[in-house]
Design a protein around this ligand. Structure first.
Ligand SMILES: N[C@@H](CCC(=O)N[C@@H](CS)C(=O)NCC(=O)O)C(=O)O
Length: 221
């Protein structure tokens, strides 16, 4: 069996480290104990990525003659390929698939634009901003109710939990879980997993090694 190859950026500045989305795939690969290698694409050359990722982004995964982009699609692919992160029965697979899509299409959908305002320190108030605030808070209220009585979204830990906990993790520093303890504890449980910690440490180490190479070449950080 050939190793899987996960392609990510060769370098990013410090602030997105730990959040670049190759992390979701590293995490799944570690959970599934699948051997893989990391390949890189130059951060400044989005055009070079277009043949593999039509938006010029990362990550993508190569498995022999298959190349697949979009973290949700890659997670689904790995769930099906390994069996470790996806139930074997049809009902379980349907449930994991629906929650994977819910993470990306119902929770991440408002979470990303909401976070962009935070990252930009943009406090501007507008009807659109208020709508986005209600959109996200409503989704989080529903997730709080869902997570109140379960450890993981569907039976044992699955690809749906990787996606959902990673989406929620991005919000945890903004106080949204101070009264949503089920969400807070779910993120804590997920990020306490050894596979998450390995994936996280590897991503940080990857970009730190790139800092050293760039410094050796005299590139600006
Ligand atoms: N929906 C895509 C989003 C991928 C994405 O946002 N990638 C970021 C890194 S986390 C990226 O490549 N940014 C560089 C760019 O957009 O040029 C996925 O989940 O795979």
């Amino acid at each position: 069996m050939t190793d899987l190859i996960l392609t990510t950026l060769d370098w990013v500045p410090e602030f997105p480290r730990g959040f670049v989305r190759d992390l979701r795939i590293r995490w799944a690969l570690e959970e599934a104990d699948l051997p893989y290698k990391i390949a890189t694409t130059p951060v400044g050359d989005a055009a070079a990525r277009l043949p593999f990722q039509p938006f010029g982004q990362v990550p993508w995964l190569t498995d022999g003659d298959i190349t697949i982009f979009e973290t949700g699609a890659i997670l689904l692919y790995l769930g099906e390929r390994s069996g470790a992160l996806m139930p074997a029965d049809r009902q379980g697979r349907a449930k994991v698939t629906e929650w994977l899509f819910a993470a990306l299409n119902s929770v991440e959908m408002p979470a990303v634009p909401w976070s962009l305002y935070r990252w930009a320190d943009d406090e501007t108030q507008s009807p659109g901003r208020a709508h986005l605030e209600r959109f996200l808070q409503g989704r989080l209220d529903h997730m709080e109710a869902v997570l109140a009585d379960r450890e993981w979204l569907v039976g044992p830990f699955s690809i749906a939990d990787i996606a959902m906990s990673d989406v929620l993790r991005q919000l945890q520093d903004y106080g949204v879980f101070s009264e949503r303890l089920a969400c807070r504890d779910y993120v804590k449980r997920a990020t306490a997993r050894p596979a998450f910690n390995k994936a996280y440490a590897d991503q940080i180490a990857h970009f730190e090694a790139a800092d050293v190479e760039r410094a050796d070449r005299g590139d600006a950080r």
